[in-house]
Design a protein around this ligand. Structure first.
Ligand code: LLP
Length: 386
């Protein structure tokens, strides 16, 4: 069954653009809240990096999620959308001084720290403001996730986090600092993870680390397990809301929280991916030597995931009911990697048809670029087009 797209309204909009089904977004947030609230100590943050469209952010803020930021720009976007400062956390391997200052000035709830030099700088900048910054250590648990190599983050070879071996040293150092308070542990093993065993492996590493810290009588207030829950790119309409029930239950079952500890999540993709589609118009249908090409007005500048990660996104012709034909669907950019899909079966396509590239709500609009001097795509909400 095809999703409903308001094609009449689309005809007057300049393509390409992102279209967000806000009913699906709201239902997704309701489901997250319903499932997370089964466990009183679970707090869910939204990873702003996956989509920072201001209207999307304000819907997510209304839904009560906190914000996970990785830059000063994201902190500003979160504050502008109304996220309360005490629900904002700030991660990232290379926080610059102005970004740390922005976090300090706004009394954000926690800095997720990734190295020793970073803790020293946060302590210095906090001292200058006579403030105490809450810090959590991002630990690299050396857990591999069964996902694309470019989006695996929790292995020792990745640049992220502090290694398990260095944890004691970092804690000792921090305990000796006056203007930082060690409040938590932070982890993130990767993205688009569908195998719950990967999250179980993370839980096991966290349990081991907690035991080690407990032996030193250290119990942190919060454990943050990052994001990573994947979505069904093959069949976006089959389970358009990811299985949050199993995801939260997995953590509940396998992670041993200490009394009073809270468990934080930073979900990005699973919140916004399925509500967004990139809508594009067919510029030409071209007969090649061995195949036929559908050439769109959208390119890798609008949605870079296929070119960058060989990611699959379902492609649909939403204005044709004609018999299925096979095409390579490509963009207009002067790069041979500007391909959305090869040998794709879609309804027979003509110049002027509208094409929907599905599951594009996460890491789509936000990763758009202006390469080839192109305009950035706009984003429209379903509730605005009615
Ligand atoms: N927390 C941290 C520390 C992260 O690095 C990320 C994503 C998240 C949370 C959110 O993860 P999610 O729930 O969305 O999997 N551009 C890539 C994905 C990069 C993910 C980076 N970190 C893509 O298009 O697949």
């Amino acid at each position: 069954m095809k999703t409903f797209f308001p094609i009449n309204q689309f005809q007057s909009l300049k393509t390409p653009f992102y279209y967000y089904d806000t009913s699906l977004l709201r239902e997704t947030i309701d489901c997250i809240n319903k499932e997370a609230k089964k466990y009183e100590k679970f707090c869910v943050h939204y990873a702003i990096k996956s989509n920072a469209n201001p209207k999307i952010l304000s819907i997510i803020n209304e839904g009560g999620l906190g914000a996970d930021c990785v830059s000063g720009g994201e902190i500003r976007a979160a504050l502008n959308a109304g996220f309360p400062n005490d629900k904002i956390v700030f991660a990232g391997v290379g926080k610059t001084d102005w970004e740390i200052d922005l976090g300090l000035n706004n009394n954000i709830s926690c800095f997720n720290v990734e190295s020793i030099p970073e803790i020293e700088v946060i302590n210095d900048l906090a001292t200058a403001k006579n403030k105490i910054a809450n810090v959590a250590f991002r630990i690299n648990p050396n857990v591999g996730a069964h996902t694309h190599a470019n989006i695996t983050t929790g292995l020792a070879e990745n640049k992220f986090g502090i290694s398990m071996e260095d944890v004691d040293k970092v804690i000792d150092l921090t305990l000796g600092m006056k203007n930082v308070k060690f409040v938590g542990l932070h982890f993130h093993i990767g993205s688009q993870i569908l195998d719950m065993n990967d999250f179980i492996a993370l839980c096991n590493r966290i349990n081991e680390l907690q035991e080690k810290l407990y032996a030193r009588q250290i119990i942190v207030n919060s454990i943050n397990v990052g994001g990573g829950l994947g979505v069904d790119y093959q069949y976006p309409d089959r389970q358009s809301i990811p299985d949050f029930a199993t995801y939260f239950a997995t953590y509940h079952k396998h992670l041993r929280l200490r009394p009073k500890q809270t468990l934080h999540f930073e979900l990005g993709r699973s919140v916004v991916a399925q509500c967004g589609s990139l809508i594009s118009r067919v510029v030409f249908v071209k007969q090649g030597t061995h195949k036929q090409f559908v050439i769109l007005d959208a390119g890798m500048t609008d949605l870079i995931r296929p070119a960058l990660y060989q990611a699959y996104h379902k492609i649909e012709n939403i204005t044709s009911e004609e018999p299925i034909e096979t095409y390579d669907v490509v963009g207009p950019i002067c790069e041979s990697s500007d391909v959305f899909g090869k040998a794709i079966d879609i309804n027979k396509t003509h110049r002027g048809d509208l094409i929907a590239i599905r599951s594009a709500g996460a890491y789509g609009e936000i990763m758009a670029s202006q390469y080839n001097c192109r305009e950035l795509p706009k984003g429209y909400m379903s509730e605005e087009l009615i």
